[in-house]
Design a binder for this molecule. Sequence first.
Ligand code: ATP
Length: 284
Amino acid sequence: MIEININKLLHGSNGEMNLDVSLKINKGEFIALSGLSGSGKTTLLRILAGLESSNGTLKIDNETWLDNKFCLAPQKREIGFVFQDYALFPNFSVMENLLYVKKDKELANKLLQMTEMEELKNRFPSTLSGGQKQRVSLCRALMNRPKLLLMDEPLSALDPNMRTKLQSEILTLHKEFETTTIMVSHDPSEMYRLASRVVVLNQGKIINDGLPKDVLLKTKGSQKFSFEGELLDIVKVDVIHVAIVSIGQQLVEVVIGKDEVSTLKIGQKVNVSTKAFTPIIRGF
Ligand SMILES: Nc1ncnc2c1ncn2[C@@H]1O[C@H](COP(=O)(O)OP(=O)(O)OP(=O)(O)O)[C@@H](O)[C@H]1O
């Protein structure tokens, strides 16, 4: 069990903001930490890792990492940290990056095998793709079998296909090691796929905390489709007008009426929804 009770005054772009978080996390939980830019997500992870000071208390199992008299040094906290920009040692090979944390070749080989990186274990980071570097970074973070794995938008620099692949690998590693994990993410499908619980921060406070289906789904099973997107263009095809809307990685065409042509503006955020109907889903 991890018990977080911290507060810290932050200087945000709109003035001062109090990061004030109380959270209990059970062993093995996978938490997706979400929220608008500047809401305090990275600062919270840095406080947990001991990279930033804070008021309050942090307890992991029966161990105190922070209270009003004491702050455990980062290297003594059993934590793995995966950053968006990989943070690998450039002059160490893949294997050396892992063994630097712990001289456990068996575990290093197992992790590299699970992430399909075994063949590349003698390569240096500069010769790897972004997805491969992030796999090394993930493996390295698990080398000391941490009590807490912190990941700050680990997949946001990767293309959608690589993201999906790494999500599966993160899931496999989580099933195998059951490491308690907090991952910052802005991607609802990623959070839904990976997390057992979603916590949403706003202006330094938790405004939502629950199961992914309760926090992330807006339709609550109402048989209605509703997608948020951006209006890219309105084109005239014969006598009708078609709005081109970007939704996630997809382009969607929606026939619109004259009223909408005059009120919608290119670049505007829009909501595309349908009335109740029976959708057909086919695999491919
Ligand atoms: N050590 C600090 N002292 C005071 N203010 C800070 C400190 N670190 C960060 N801040 C401010 O706190 C706010 C929250 O920053 P933080 O990086 O935690 O947000 P975030 O939710 O991770 O944002 P993003 O999604 O853009 O990465 C920012 O406005 C930042 O300028």
